[in-house]
Design a protein around this ligand. Structure first.
Ligand code: NAD
Ligand code: ISE
Length: 340
């Protein structure tokens, strides 16, 4: 059976996901698209796909079994709630939403529906290097994890659209999620230190040094740089009681010429995480075909949103901002896949 998918938001990642759903993965077809920029939606629509004037019309259409949301974060809440109301499985790019209230609204709607429908786009959980790193930590051979050092560097960000809050609510959320997942623990408090501002970004507040206090006492330090010029560089190293475990340097062709010996650095997330996105959609298609969702959940999106909110407060206060989570609904207790 072919899963008929409607894509909302046909910008950078929307187009990349349409490409993989159309030309890389099987058992799936993009049958509908929608974007507030109608020209962009038309240009991105694969052959035979219907272009809808509104996300709501796409979600309700019989031409759509399941939805992929790639619009901007603040638009996600309404679109997610519409998908849940229609009983359709939905893959939503991170961030799930951009406020605690919005996250709780989505969670309440899904819990009331009674079945998981939402998978959040935390693709690092599907990356083979991160999965191997987690397997080492979970095996216990290195003892308990004490610290995790996370480096998240973007070469640059789109001018104009990218505000000073976005390094925290759009970029840090990946590190928050992967820390929770790798260390199997919740984040209890957040601090942010602001190094000297990079002069490359004009008014943009960059970089950030973030400290995440895990509930069990481990500490995570995160470098968030969104304008570092040289490439997309993602690193991670876990210090445990009896050894360390780190992500490997990504293999790349070694070029030797009169400038020296070097390896290319990915330009952006599309290149670095290409296989991870493919795998995250393989698993999503399987679950969506059965009318449900696995992998990173609304709960995980909620947790990351609380971290972003706390980080924003920590910038303002200069102190340690505590996170208070609501009780976890039973719907989110079951580990249904490797990525859960
Ligand atoms: P983008 O600006 O290139 O594209 C967003 C598109 O959504 C635009 O075409 C815009 O017109 C459309 N849009 C905005 N609001 C809409 C609405 N209410 N209804 C319909 N369309 C709407 O941005 P992008 O880089 O593609 O990012 C989109 C989302 O994907 C963001 O949530 C972003 O955080 C996430 N993202 C995730 C990753 C990842 O690594 N997982 C990478 C990039 C972006
Ligand atoms: C972007 O939206 C992503 O999600 C990328 O994975 C991240 O590295 C980047 O900082 C975000 O802007």
């Amino acid at each position: 059976m072919t899963l008929k998918v409607g894509v909302i938001g046909t910008g950078m990642i929307g187009q990349d996901h349409i490409r993989r759903l159309t030309t890389v993965l099987s058992g799936v077809a993009v049958t509908a698209v929608s974007d507030i920029d109608a020209d962009r939606a038309r240009a991105a629509a694969p052959e035979g796909a219907e272009v809808f004037g509104t996300p709501q019309a796409l979600i309700r259409s019989d031409a759509v079994d399941a939805v992929v949301i790639c619009s901007w974060g603040p638009a996600h809440e309404e679109q997610l709630i519409d998908c849940i109301a229609a009983g359709k499985p939905v893959f939503c790019e991170k961030p799930l939403v951009t406020s605690e209230k919005a996250a709780l609204n989505v969670m309440e709607a899904e819990v009331a529906f009674g079945r998981r429908l939402v998978q959040v786009g935390f693709m690092r959980r599907f990356d083979a290097d991160y999965r191997r790193l987690k397997a080492v930590i979970d095996s216990g051979t290195l003892g308990a994890p004490l610290m995790y050092h996370s480096v998240h560097r973007n070469a640059s960000v789109p001018e104009g659209l990218y505000t000073s809050e976005m390094p925290l609510n759009d970029t840090l959320v990946h590190d928050a999620d992967i820390s929770r997942w790798l260390l199997s623990d919740e984040i209890a408090a957040v601090e942010v230190r602001l190094p000297r501002r990079s002069t490359r970004g004009g008014e943009l507040r960059d970089p950030h040094f973030v400290l995440l206090h895990m509930a069990g006492g481990a500490l995570v330090d995160v470098e968030i740089s969104v304008n570092i010029a040289y490439g997309y560089d993602i690193r991670g190293e876990v210090s445990c009681e009896q050894g360390i475990a780190a992500l490997p340097n990504r293999p790349a062709t070694v070029v030797s010429d009169r400038h020296g010996i070097r390896q290319a650095i990915p330009e952006d997330w599309r290149e670095r995480f290409i296989e991870a996105y493919d795998q995250e959609f393989r698993e999503w298609i399987l679950a969506a075909g059965q009318g449900t969702a696995t992998g990173p959940s609304t709960w995980d999106g909620y947790a990351a949103t609380l971290v972003a909110d706390a980080a924003l407060r920590a910038v303002a206060s200069g102190g340690r901002e505590v996170i208070a989570m609501r009780d976890k609904p039973a719907l989110y207790e079951t580990a249904m896949s490797k990525a859960a």
